[in-house]
Structures are given as structure tokens and as C-alpha cells.
Design a protein around this ligand. Structure first.
Ligand code: S3P
Length: 170
């Protein structure tokens, strides 16, 4: 079994929460890509966006993804945009196994409206703007997320089922 597992999906889809559980079940180290970027930059994601801009963040994100992927085994929660820049989805699929945590627009909205402030791409958006942003971004990103080796439903994630899929021939 290939032991590099990447969780991809929209903000709020539960990549970190599920990633920690999956890592524990598989006894693999858990990596949170956003946290690793913050440690490396000695700065929060919000401040990187604020002071250095999104383009710089995307470059740092991609570089950190590449560096960490030299490790042999892990479960990594990527950021919502990670697979969508610099052909990172291809890189991810070459290096390991990707799992897309799919979630419907309304559920994403419900989760994000509770946790906007820590996310620079949405923190200043009002209700309708947030809904429109999610619709537009998801439409743009979904074709990339769907290139994952496996898609799972974010509302009914079954840990055992995912583990058995991971051990199968995919
Ligand atoms: C982003 C998602 C965030 C973080 C950054 C940008 C995005 O990660 O990387 O704020 O563009 O979707 P989460 O998906 O973990 O919130």
C-alpha cells in the first residue's frame, strides 16, 4: 500500500478532522499543510495573505507540498486551493493517493459562516457574497477535486470503508 495519503476538498469540508482520524487508524503521521506553512513562514496564513499576497502564498503552499512529499508516509490535509495551482493535482496523484471529501454547497456555507475569520479568502464576505463565492469557487475547483483517486461524501464519512478502499486496488 502506498502510504502517502492526501485529503483534498473545499474549505470546511473536514479535511483536518477526518485526516487526524484516518492517520490514527492507519498509524501514520498526520500533516496539516496550512500549519506547516505557518511554521515555516513564522506567520499566520491570514498575515501571509495580508502582507505578501495570495500569489506568494500559493508559491509557498506549492513549495511546502513538494518538500513534505519527500517523506515516505503520512496523511496530509491540504488547503482548499492546494491541488488547484501549479498542476499540484497531478503531482499529488503521482506521489500518492488522493481522497476528495465532497460536500454540498449548503453544508459548506453552514460550516464556513461559523468559521470565517481565520480564512482570509472569505473573512470580509457578507452572507450572500459568501454563498456566491462558494458556488463560483466550487464550480471552478470541482473538476480538479474530481481527479482524486477516490471521492467520499463529507456528510457520511465511514472510516472503515475508506481504509478498506485504501488497501484495495486503487
Ligand atoms: C484556502 C483554503 C485554506 C487556506 C487558505 C486558502 C483556499 O485552507 O489554505 O486560506 O483557497 O481554499 P482550508 O481548506 O484548510 O481552510
Amino acid at each position: 500500500m502506498n502510504n502517502r495519503i492526501y485529503l483534498i476538498g473545499f474549505m470546511g469540508s473536514g479535511k483536518s478532522t477526518f485526516g487526524k482520524k484516518l492517520a490514527k487508524e492507519l498509524t501514520l503521521p498526520f500533516i496539516d499543510l496550512d500549519k506547516e506553512i505557518e511554521v515555516k513562514a513564522k506567520c499566520s496564513i491570514s498575515d501571509i495573505f495580508k502582507y505578501l499576497g495570495e500569489d506568494t502564498f500559493r508559491k509557498m503552499e506549492s513549495d511546502t507540498l513538494h518538500e513534505l512529499s519527500n517523506r515516505e508516509e503520512f496523511v496530509m490535509a491540504t488547503g482548499g486551493g492546494t491541488p488547484c495551482y501549479f498542476n499540484n493535482i497531478e503531482f499529488i496523484n503521482k506521489k500518492g493517493k488522493s481522497i476528495y471529501i465532497e460536500l454540498d454547497i449548503q453544508s459548506i456555507y453552514n460550516r464556513l459562516s461559523q468559521a470565517k475569520n481565520i480564512r482570509p479568502t472569505i473573512k470580509d464576505k457578507k452572507e450572500e457574497e459568501l454563498m456566491q463565492f462558494i458556488k463560483d469557487k466550487l464550480k471552478e475547483r470541482e473538476p480538479i477535486y474530481k481527479q482524486a483517486a477516490v471521492t467520499i461524501n463529507g456528510l457520511s464519512v465511514n472510516l472503515r470503508e475508506v481504509v478498506s478502499k485504501l488497501s484495495g486496488n486503487w
